[in-house]
Design a protein around this ligand. Structure first.
Ligand SMILES: [Zn+2]
Length: 193
């Protein structure tokens, strides 16, 4: 685990940004803003302090489970921040699937893993590969799939401004990648709700 987030340094930097964009950081509405942003960053970037391995160890309390039936948790809602613009990625729905290899973890743990991985500066594809890696370590299985749909405010609220544009990414590992039948079964289940 890395050390804690440097709140004081964020406050100073945010104050600088306010001045740089032509604002008065001393005016009433902004006077507390650097402090608020620092506290918000502490919360929304908590996952930066932990490696994927450490996150897996936090949530790896598992149960023996001999069945090889696919476990799917659909549409876990999530937010994250893109590493290119520090802009919000929102309306994200993350679907996680895996094939147990002797053990399963609690469903709430999957949501907690998603939560921790998205509390980093991210790219949508990287959220997929990070979640897949944490699930692989926590569940001891190579067969993991992560499907993500999300909107990126750096696309929808600036530049070419395309509100409503969704980005979809699919991360497939193990048999989800190699076995067409397994993959088709997954997409069939997702489609049928
Ligand atoms: Zn971006």
């Amino acid at each position: 685990m890395k050390g804690s987030i440097d709140l004081e340094r964020i406050e100073k930097a945010v104050k600088e940004i306010l001045i740089a964009i032509g604002e008065d950081p001393e005016r009433e509405g902004l006077i507390e803003t650097p402090k608020r942003v620092a506290r918000m960053y502490e919360e929304v970037f908590e996952g930066i302090r932990y490696t994927n391995e450490e996150i897996a160890n936090m949530f790896d309390k598992s149960f023996e489970h001999p069945d090889k039936d696919m476990v799917i948790m659909k549409n876990i809602p999530a937010f994250s921040y893109c590493e290119h613009h520090l802009a919000l990625m929102y309306n994200m729905n993350i679907t996680v699937a895996y094939i147990p290899n002797g053990k399963v973890i609690g469903l709430s743990k999957i949501a907690r893993i998603v939560d921790m991985v998205t509390k980093r500066l991210q790219l949508q594809e990287k959220i997929g590969s990070d979640v897949a890696e944490v699930i692989r370590i926590a569940c001891g299985t190579e067969d993991v799939a992560v499907i993500i749909e999300g909107e990126h405010s750096c696309m929808t609220a600036r530049g070419i401004k395309k509100p409503g544009v969704k980005t979809n990414t699919v991360t497939l590992r193990g048999r989800f990648k190699l076995d067409k039948k397994v993959r088709e079964e997954l997409f069939q289940i997702i489609k049928n709700g």
